[in-house]
Ligand binder design. Structure first.
Ligand code: ADP
Ligand code: MG
Length: 697
């Protein structure tokens, strides 16, 4: 492309834009309405304004050394002779200012040193010279690539896609981009892809700017449906494939009966149901691929142990992988406690075991000395071989990448798979989204839990929170403080107040006498483990931590969870963090400290949490307030490869996409008809991106 040299190409590649198709799929992240011009009166400090007028009184003053450090200022004068100062810093010397001619100026209204309003570094458009679009798209781009240049790349792409569409008779599926075959698109009521792309990159004069900015137009829905169609195609094919895969047969009963009898508590009805569902899967000769979803504390671990015993009684090994050493260790200890007397041997494999000890352990695992092997990612390192792996359990599975999961499963030739997660996602949605998995849900809490009281506090009320903590410590209980930063050096405001180190220092004063420990990602693994162990065993009263405590830790004496800058987190994460307390019989509290500036949806999220401790309710509210893109954690490995679908509005669309995918596969099971070419290309793109569908969740 003209204008894109090696440097810009490299910058674009960093943003995953390598082709015209990529550029077309890189939608604007916001739109500027050039139809509605503001007068110079009634300008709002901090708001964007689009002003029409002429520049006058240009002055260019050099600042400091050299020609390139300058401050240029001028006045914008509108038709009613009202004026506002306009300022540019360090413009290149050759900059041409369109003084005197009618211009449009777009920028943020600020205030100068003297307190009067001004606009710094506005965009300037000559009204006469260019044909202004009614709505201008703004792209998120690397610094090296100007908006206008990218717009011209997109133009080229649109022209080519439209030419291609015309050649092939229009419609989605007729271009390299659309996946949905034309014959289906009509039924689904979507637009041709080329039309949707033109609408989004070059919105017409009658487009609704709010809908564009919210991603809520028919064009957005077209792209979302197309994308979900591909995703569902992949899932349908994967499900068909996994149904043909053989899995180790484990029919029981035996140990599992004794296990139920010797448990110190009665399983909940939900646990029983999940166990029944798993039993059926394990008794079948095909591979089990089951996702167990259940709120924090709902008792998923016991279900996994039951499955492990069923594997053991059939002569198979089980591997249980957890995301942290602490959790793996906790699981093994619980297993020993609950299943020890059944005469089963288990072992732990983490990064801690090294040298001879590790070698000995590996040999024993390979010999089949252990019925259950607990571990972290160390389980999938080089050199680990199982004797006869029949069941792979992955706890907090959203913490692992797809490759990690695949590697664990590959340790056995016919391993059944049980994935566990506390991601608060409604079961029906999980089933639709993950059609390649069967889903069991623990929708009930074990009895005897005292519900957690959640309160919202302002930053100024920190002393009240400390008082609550002091009271609990006096009763022999423990508290967590969770903060978003480690030492504040990465804090934009440079305050560092919201940091682990600053908080620990502060608490040493305000909680005088309490034993305060820290836990964060910059500590060495051994230090982390020690802090956690001391907290668990009661050698520490308070653990000040980053969100590393989020996952699975079970300390019954912890009764207070203080979350600082709670508005910075998503609801699912807050719910997980809160789940670290309320694990014993004593009543527990969660204190959400909200930043002073927080308002709107952020506050609403806190209020939902204060009202409800039910994960499903929290999930529903989260879907309503944010959309599940965030719920899944778009940045997490193994997250859904969906870029256009925001399920808050696309929920029913998932069903539509799934039905379309099933119908299409009936017509073209191998996807080798010409109408499937778009779908094939799109599937390939998903797979090329490193996404494996064998075990999503
Ligand atoms: P999660 O689903 O979050 O992984 P866990 O499996 O860690 O939850 O269980 C939380 C706690 O509840 C554990 O201490 C466990 O022993 C206990 N528990 C599990 N099932 C029951 C039950 N049916 N009755 C009472 N306590 C239970
Ligand atoms: Mg758990």
């Amino acid at each position: 492309m003209r204008g894109i040299g090696p440097k810009r190409a490299a910058a674009l590649r960093e943003s995953h834009i390598e082709s015209l198709v990529d550029a077309l799929l890189h939608l604007p992240y916001r739109y500027i309405d050039l139809r509605e011009r503001h007068g110079i009166t009634n300008l709002q400090l901090g708001a964007d304004a689009l002003l029409e007028g002429r520049l006058e009184g240009l002055s260019i003053r050099p600042r400091g050394y050299g020609n390139f450090r300058s401050a240029s200022s001028a006045r914008l004068v509108d038709a009613n002779n009202r004026r506002i100062r306009v300022v540019w810093f360090n413009l290149p010397a050759y900059t041409q200012f369109p003084t005197g001619e009618p211009i449009l100026l777009y920028g943020k209204v600020g205030s100068g040193a003297d307190g009067t309003l001004e606009i710094v570094h506005p965009e300037v458009h000559r009204i006469a010279s260019v044909e202004l679009p009614p709505i201008r798209p703004v792209y998120s781009l690397p610094e090296e690539v100007p908006q206008r240049l990218f717009a011209s790349v997109v133009s080229e792409g649109l022209t080519r896609v439209e030419a291609l569409a015309k050649l092939k008779g229009g419609g989605t599926g007729a271009t390299e981009i659309g996946a949905l075959p034309l014959e289906l698109g009509g039924d689904a009521g979507t637009q041709p892809i080329s039309a949707a792309l033109r609408y989004l990159h070059r919105p017409p004069a009658d487009a609704n700017i709010e809908h564009l900015n919210e991603g809520d137009t028919a064009a957005h829905r077209t792209l979302a449906l197309d994308e979900m169609f591909v995703f569902q195609l992949a899932l349908c094919r994967e499900r068909a494939r996994s149904r043909r895969r053989t899995g180790a047969v484990m029919a029981g009963p035996g140990l599992t009966e004794t296990f139920k009898e010797t448990l110190p508590f009665a399983p909940t009805i939900a646990q029983m149901r999940a166990i029944e569902e798993i039993a059926i899967d394990l008794a079948a000769p095909t591979q089990m691929n089951r996702l167990l979803i259940g709120d924090v504390g709902s008792g998923k671990t016991v279900v996994a142990f039951w499955a492990a015993l069923r594997a053991a009684e059939a002569g198979y090994q089980t591997a249980i992988m957890a995301p942290t050493e602490l959790l793996a260790e906790q699981h093994q200890r619980n297993f020993e406690r609950l299943c020890g007397r059944l005469g089963l041997m288990s072992t732990l494999l983490t990064g801690r075991s090294t040298g001879n000890e590790r070698a000995r352990n590996l040999r024993a695992i390979e010999r089949g000395d252990f019925a259950v092997v607990f571990g972290t990612q160390a389980l999938i390192q080089e050199g680990v071989r199982m004797h006869k792996l029949g069941l792979a359990v992955i706890d907090e599975q959203h913490r692992f990448g797809v490759f990690d999961r695949a590697r664990l499963i590959a340790l056995g030739s016919q391993a059944n798979v049980l994935l566990m997660t506390a991601t608060p996602i409604p079961r029906s949605l999980a089933q639709t989204l993950f059609r390649n998995l069967s889903v069991s849900a623990l929708d009930e809490m074990p009895p005897g839990r005292t519900p957690i009281t959640t309160g919202i506090f302002s930053e100024r009320a920190m002393a009240d929170v400390d008082a609550i903590v002091r009271g609990e410590i006096a009763k022999g209980n423990r508290a967590y403080y969770v903060l978003p930063l480690i030492d504040g050096s990465d804090d934009e405001q440079g305050e560092g107040r919201a940091s682990v180190i600053a908080m620990a220092k502060r608490l040493n004063g305000t909680l005088a006498g309490a034993r305060v420990g820290m836990l964060h990602g910059r500590m060495r693994p051994a230090e982390k483990e020690r802090a956690m162990r001391e907290f668990r065993d009661g050698a520490l009263d308070v653990l000040v931590s980053t969100t590393v405590v989020e996952v699975g830790i079970d300390v019954a004496e912890a009764t207070v969870m203080v979350i600082v800058a709670a508005d910075r987190y998503g609801m699912a994460q807050l719910h997980q963090l809160r789940g670290r307390v309320g694990r014993g019989a004593a009543p527990s509290r969660c204190c959400l400290i909200v930043s002073d500036g927080a308002r709107g949806p952020a506050l609403e999220r806190m209020q939902v949490l204060a009202r409800s401790t039910n994960g499903a309710e929290v999930a529903h509210a989260d879907l309503r307030l944010r959309g599940p893109g965030d719920l899944f954690g778009a940045r997490q490995t193994g997250a859904l490869p969906l870029r256009f679908a925001r399920f808050i509005r696309d929920w029913t669309m998932i069903e539509t996409a799934a039905d379309l995918a099933e119908r299409w596969l009936e017509r073209d099971p191998k996807l080798d008809r010409p109408a499937s070419s778009g779908a094939r290309a799109a599937l390939q793109r998903i797979l090329d991106s490193g996404f494996s569908l064998g075990d999503i969740g």
